[in-house]
Design a protein around this ligand. Structure first.
Ligand code: FA5
Length: 340
């Protein structure tokens, strides 16, 4: 038997012992790699006498072709076998029911904001968005609180490292933005958004909370319109059976000023920690827009009057759902949030 023939037989026998794809690839590099036996056998051609070269060369090529075919057939069979194995071992049951994604929901504060917006939309109010990062000028000075005005102490403020730039303590600076945009047209807008105060967190006060500001400006807007609007809102929001209390108050940007309280749902008016034992919880401040503020917004106070209010949606949600602690709103506890 020629050397080529015995090389072929040995290689074919070896191929049969390769049990898997790794074994087959090892076989391939042993025979067909750079230092493989086939290459070595082909190289010999150059060292043979010229008359023997042709026949040897043909035989060597023939062996190469046969072994290549044998290898490719074995590899394809092996691949088919491992595919069948994995299909039977890792069975996929496509009849199993799918896993439903858990649907999210709107946060209670967002739901409340939307309810408030819907009630005011029915009364003809438009929504106006205003910035959360404000200037000292808009948050205080243009609202009739010049520097060192004692009323500034009513709002504990978060300051930024840029002098004169603060986080708004209330939505009232939006009044000036809206007036400067629309003057001298009449205005009927609400301004919802987040406010920030550097104050102690209690069961009814957070350092971040929403407010919804309201602003109406026209040539014959009166305190009666303010009371009527607030009462209509409270009845739609809470139903006819709940009590609303309006009492006089002070804000530098309204004159006269009022505060609006709702009866405390948690203790049914008897007195508890949420209502500070008073039976009432304050939900908004309001009043007739101060002439100075009208002027700062571009309106002539001799011709125009207006009313404004600023309410706390979290407090409103607490009074609707008997929530005793405002901290629940931003604690991100799904046991609380998924109840609404
Ligand atoms: C103001 O912020 C005035 N800008 C409201 C206003 C607007 C008066 C327009 C007149 C005209 P006050 O600080 O009282 O007022 O806040 C208004 C409402 O925001 C409160 O009634 C309460 O419902 C809510 N609120 C205030 N502070 C907090 C707090 N720390 N956490 C949660 N809600 C709050």
């Amino acid at each position: 038997m020629s050397e080529l023939e015995s090389l072929k037989r040995r290689a074919l026998d070896d191929l049969k012992t390769a049990l898997d794809e790794v074994g087959l690839r090892e076989w391939n590099s042993r025979y067909f790699g750079k230092a493989g036996e086939i290459l070595a056998a082909l190289k010999i051609v150059g060292s043979l006498p010229p008359e023997a070269r042709k026949e040897y060369g043909q035989q060597a090529n023939q062996v190469k072709v046969e072994l290549t075919q044998a290898y490719e057939t074995a590899l394809a069979e092996q691949k088919q076998k491992s595919l069948e194995n994995s299909l039977s071992a890792e069975k996929l049951d496509i009849t199993l029911p799918g896993r439903p994604p858990r649907p999210g929901r709107l946060h209670l504060a967002t739901q409340t904001l939307r309810d408030i917006q819907a009630i005011f939309a029915e009364m003809g109010f438009q929504v106006f968005r205003s910035r959360e990062i404000e200037s000292d000028e808009f948050n205080f000075a243009l609202l009739n609180m010049p520097e060192h005005h004692p009323a500034r102490d009513m709002w504990d403020t978060f300051h930024t490292t840029t002098p004169g730039v603060i986080l708004r303590t209330h939505t009232s600076p939006g009044q000036i933005h809206v007036m400067r945009k629309f003057h001298p047209e009449p205005i009927r807008v609400i301004l919802p958004g987040m406010c920030y105060r550097y104050e102690a967190i209690t069961t009814r006060s957070e350092i971040m909370f929403h407010q919804v500001e309201g602003l109406v400006i026209g040539t014959s807007v009166s305190m009666t319109d303010l009371k009527g609007t607030i009462t209509a809102f409270a009845q739609k929001m809470f139903g006819d059976n709940r009590k609303v209390r309006i009492r006089s108050s002070y804000f530098p940007f309204t004159e006269p000023s009022i505060e609006v309280d709702m009866d405390c749902i948690v203790c049914a008016g008897k007195g508890c920690s949420l209502c500070k034992k008073s039976g009432w919880l304050e939900i908004m401040g309001a009043g007739m827009v101060h002439p100075e503020v009208l002027r700062n917004g571009g309106y002539d106070p001799a011709k125009f009057t207006g009313f404004a209010f600023g309410m706390g949606p979290e407090r409103i949600a607490m009074l609707r759902h008997a929530i005793v602690d405002i901290r629940e709103f931003w604690a991100n506890d799904l046991r609380f949030l998924s109840q609404f």
